[in-house]
Design a protein around this ligand. Structure first.
Ligand code: KIV
Length: 278
């Protein structure tokens, strides 16, 4: 499948062939281009942009217009990866009509090939309507960041004991409701690995885990976390594959030093008075 454009139905084929799905978030043209060329299967323009790009504490303030702005940059960069756009908080919860209109905008104006929304049983009807008008939907259950105030923080869901105990059964019901409503894939976030494995086993829909163990059909990470672009405390599930914060800081301080010392620009960076003959 490498090299060929990834489309929505390919994810089901990948699950059937046990070929793991590699998904990352992306928010702009340069990184989307790098990830697309590196062979990432799915790029999610996540509402995490509120936190990692805009520097906010939660994803809640992100707007549909902001999602469209970032989606345009990402879709412009991609030739192979499937591009999914997140539906931000309150863009799909108020009414089905609102959800249709906003999801339609992500597709028509942003170029998204699918949308993602958070929730299970409670959003199943909305998912069904979107799927009916041919907007492919990716579900998202478990630790759903838009529910931060109900959860009392970014907390692992579906444990057998502790604060989130008891929601295990609800998560199994959520996964079944999303499958019945017609999602083409679902993100399982922040739940015990064995619960994610059980959901993955029970559903025919590809599952994409983030903090949900290795048995999911694919994995997703937030690009700033995996590239080492943030200085914030990393959750347990994050593996850091790069050190871009340090690399960018050292490049910026070398530049500042050379500007102050007069070492930059050097003659090779200057335009001569006469045009050079070619
Ligand atoms: O918004 C986002 O980036 C997400 C991922 C963490 C799955 O929903």
């Amino acid at each position: 499948m490498t090299g060929e454009k990834i489309r929505v139905p390919d994810l089901a084929r990948m699950k059937a062939r046990k070929r793991k799905i590699a998904m990352l978030t992306a928010y702009d043209y340069p990184f989307a281009r790098i990830f697309d060329q590196a062979g990432i299967d799915v790029l999610l323009v996540g509402d995490t942009l509120g936190m990692v790009v805009q520097g906010r504490d939660t994803t809640l303030p992100v707007t549909v217009d902001e999602m469209i702005y970032h989606l345009r940059m990402v879709t412009r960069a991609c030739t192979r990866a499937l591009v999914v756009g997140d539906m931000p908080f309150l863009s799909y919860q108020v009414s089905t009509e609102d959800a249709l209109r906003n999801a339609g905008r992500l597709v028509k104006e942003g170029g998204a090939e699918a949308v993602k929304l958070e929730g299970g049983v409670t959003v199943a009807e909305t998912v069904r309507r979107l799927v009916e008008v041919d907007i492919p939907v990716m579900g998202h259950i478990g630790l759903t960041p838009q529910s931060i105030h109900r959860m009392g923080g970014f907390r692992v869901q579906g444990r057998r004991e502790g604060r989130a105990a008891g929601c295990r059964e609800r998560l199994l019901e959520d996964a079944a409701a999303l499958e019945a409503a017609g999602v083409f894939a679902m993100v399982l976030e922040g739940m015990p690995a064995e619960l994610a494995a059980e959901i993955t086993e029970r559903t025919s829909v590809p599952t994409i885990g983030i903090g949900a163990g290795p048995e999911c059909d694919g994995q997703v990470l937030v690009m700033h976390d995996m590239l080492g672009l943030t200085q914030s405390r990393k959750p347990r599930f994050v593996k850091v594959y790069g050190a871009l914060f340090e690399a960018a800081a050292s490049a910026a301080s070398a530049y500042a030093r050379e500007v102050r010392e007069g070492a930059f620009p050097a003659p090779e960076h200057c335009y001569p008075a006469k045009e050079l003959s070619s």
